[in-house]
Design a protein around this ligand. Structure first.
Ligand SMILES: [Zn+2]
Length: 266
């Protein structure tokens, strides 16, 4: 239901009459959802009349005729505490691709695989390549491993010349210096010179810390958590020399980013 509202709300920005029709009670949210895939500013009057007058079944047929992709309504619904049912329409072309994936996976696992296994394998592969949170985790792990290595080398050298306490102090100073050098290298300078690009390491740290989700909390302390359409917000505006260090950045969704800037001014 929440998903339906979001889909309809997005479409309502493009075609305000949908919003009005739902608000007036002329059509239900689920009927509005039915026509979101076919309605546009040019044909909106036609579709609103159909939505108000046709039975659900006839409306579904009209929608499918206008846009075959809408013949099957995409849906994910829970069927038990642990499991969901997913329904979607696909093209013959996609059917061929999915069968190929399933066959290759079956060969690799040396047995038959379910569609679910094939979909999961594809999702993992996609996220591994494109999810900024996973990428951040991978990159930071690698750089931490490199640092441990270089610190271990230095550790050996320092130990030869001093006691434990001095070693620890030297290593702390070194680590702090390394981090501040990396994070500040692209953000140092006067306001006019502040780089527009957030340094990759800062971005990775923010993505990992916020898990790629909006960090806005409402007055009751509940976190928004939206993971689509997220942006990186500079807590101190760049125009007044705000930095790019992870502590100066937070993940916000487009809506809350806009809200924060409205409150703060541009
Ligand atoms: Zn948000």
């Amino acid at each position: 239901m929440a998903f339906q509202f979001i889909t309809v709300a997005r479409k309502a920005q493009e075609i305000p009459e949908i919003k009005a029709a739902v608000a007036n009670g002329d059509i239900t949210v689920s009927v509005a959802k039915r026509i979101t895939g076919v309605i546009n500013p040019e044909n909106q009057q036609d579709w609103l009349v159909k939505a108000k007058t046709l039975t659900q079944r006839s409306l579904e047929l009209e929608v499918a005729k206008a846009n075959p992709k809408e013949a099957v309504q995409e849906m994910i619904k829970p069927v038990s505490a642990e499991r969901l049912e997913m329904k979607l329409g696909i093209s013959h072309q996609l059917d061929q691709k999915l069968r190929r994936v399933r066959d290759l996976l079956g060969r690799k696992r040396n047995g038959s695989v379910r569609w679910e296994d094939a979909v999961e394998a594809m999702a993992d592969l996609y996220l591994e390549k494109h999810d900024p949170v996973r990428r951040a985790d991978r990159v930071l792990r690698k750089s931490a491993a490199r640092e441990t290595e270089s610190v271990a080398k230095l550790d050996g050298e320092v130990e030869r010349e001093a006691g434990d306490e001095i070693v620890v102090r030297k290593l702390d100073a070194l680590a702090a210096e390394q981090v501040s050098r990396r994070v500040n290298s692209a953000s140092a300078g006067s306001a006019a010179q502040v780089s527009e690009r957030v340094p990759a390491e800062s971005l990775h740290r923010v993505n990992l810390r916020d898990r790629g989700r909006c960090t806005h909390r409402d007055s009751a302390g509940e976190r928004c958590g939206e993971s689509r359409f997220t942006q990186i917000h500079h807590v101190v505006p760049r125009a007044v020399a705000g930095g790019h260090a992870p502590g100066d950045l937070r993940t916000l969704c487009g809506f809350h980013h806009g809200l924060v800037h409205e409150t703060l001014g541009p």
